[in-house]
Design a protein around this ligand. Structure first.
Ligand SMILES: *Cc1c(COP(=O)(O)O)cnc(C)c1O
Length: 403
């Protein structure tokens, strides 16, 4: 269906555009219909003009879509928008945050390689490395996130990949990404950062020297708790390996989810700003309360890495945790006394969530592993959403009154 417009004017010129503009417009290629919103390509396969064209496209001699496990225009638009926002040459979307990590390791590592992982990573990430990758001959060691000397000493001649989450969950610890990138490169290892908690709106690991940035799009990129997805971004030479793995193994992103995430990215910075502002108010307030023994939030001057967080991130994120007087029973009483906040382990939603890490997200760890990770029975985590901050404060005050 041809049209008479100048095709060049259908798509925006984004040369020199700033991050907010890229978040709204990057990756969109209009079809001849001239749609303003991003089109959703709900199709598993694509047709060809002739048998010869089909053969040429399959052989890679002619550009074009073949099958949505390989490419899908809606997924591609999401990938290009994320790449623009992370300052990456290329991004590759996956079916979940976990499959983003799976695809990274499966495509870049082999049996016999050694991988270093920061100790305080997401629970399923620990299981993926400990329980599954080790079965296929990968050597895995865990290193405390904040300690650069321990990192330096943990490398072996066969260390291929270093994987960290910064800031960490639930204690909001950081690693100096630029410094660790320097160590990784001196040792000849690739450096991957799970940027789920900050998103590209607050932190750009590639600009700080990381080789690979990984997201669970399920969290802030969606931002409203609807869809599962993941994405990996970095140099084209690395992403080529991921594309090969994903089109073969299959954990690719659904076009519907890609469409939801595209719309999520458009409001990401504004949402993050509001999330962070409320988190700061609540962290400041919690620190003043007599029933609260310690608050973990990098926006507090009491946080040991406050200065690093200011340097490395645009803001401090929206996940905070705190220890209350008393143990597990008191923590459960606190959580059960809230009436507004959702009791769920998810985060990155407009709805505020509260969880008891020791018996949920970190419940499968042995008491010793939990102690190592600094997860005490008196610890409560809150992922601050977008409700009125005074309502959230009142709800947390109900919790405090109950202990
Ligand atoms: C949720 C999460 C993941 C896993 O993402 P899914 O989309 O749930 O598979 C990985 N890393 C971090 C930091 C997360 O919070």
């Amino acid at each position: 269906m041809a049209h008479d417009w100048d095709a060049g004017r259908l798509d925006s010129d984004l040369s020199g555009a700033g991050p907010d503009t890229l978040a709204v417009r990057a990756g969109q290629q209009r079809t001849p219909e001239g749609e303003h919103g991003e089109p959703l390509f709900f199709t598993s396969s694509y047709v060809f003009r002739s048998a010869a064209d089909a053969a040429a496209t399959f052989a890679g001699e002619m550009p074009g879509n073949v099958y949505s496990r390989y490419t899908n225009p809606t997924v591609r638009a999401f990938e290009q928008r994320i790449a623009a926002m992370e300052g990456a040459e290329q991004a590759v979307a996956t079916s979940s945050g976990m499959s983003a990590i799976l695809a990274t390791v499966m495509s870049l590592c082999s049996a016999g390689d050694h991988v270093l992982v920061s100790r305080s990573v997401f629970g399923a990430t620990v299981s993926l490395f400990e329980k599954y990758f080790k079965r296929f001959g990968l050597e895995v060691d865990f290193v405390p996130l904040v300690d650069l000397q321990r990192w330096e000493r943990a490398f072996k001649p066969n260390t291929k990949l270093v994987f960290v989450e910064s800031p960490s969950n639930p204690l909001a610890e950081l690693v100096d990404i630029e410094a660790l990138a320097g160590i990784c490169h001196a040792k000849g290892a690739l450096f991957a950062v799970d940027n789920c908690f900050c998103t590209p709106a607050l932190q750009q690991p590639l600009a700080l020297g990381a080789d690979i940035v990984i997201h669970s799009a399920t969290k802030y990129i969606d931002g409203q708790g609807r869809c599962l997805g993941g994405v990996v971004a970095g140099r084209a030479e690395l992403m080529k390996e991921l594309v090969g793995f994903l089109r073969t193994a299959g954990p690719t992103m659904s076009p519907f989810n890609a469409w939801v995430f595209l719309k999520g990215l458009e409001t990401l910075r504004l949402r993050m700003q509001a999330h962070c502002a409320s988190a700061q108010v609540l962290a400041d307030w919690l620190e003043q309360q007599s029933g609260v023994e310690k608050v973990y939030y990098a926006g507090l001057e009491s946080h040991p890495q406050h200065e690093l967080a200011k340097r490395q991130q645009k803001d401090f994120g929206a996940v905070l945790s705190f220890e209350i007087a008393g143990g597990k029973e008191a923590a459960w009483r606190f959580i059960d006394a809230t009436r507004l906040i959702s009791i769920t382990a998810n985060l990155g939603d407009s709805k505020t969530t509260i969880t008891h890490p020791a018996t949920t997200t970190h419940g499968r760890l042995s008491p010793e592993e939990r102690a190592n990770a600094g997860i005490r029975d008196s610890l409560i985590r809150v992922a601050v959403g977008l409700e009125e901050v005074e309502d959230l404060k009142a709800d947390l005050a109900r919790g405090l009154a109950a202990i």
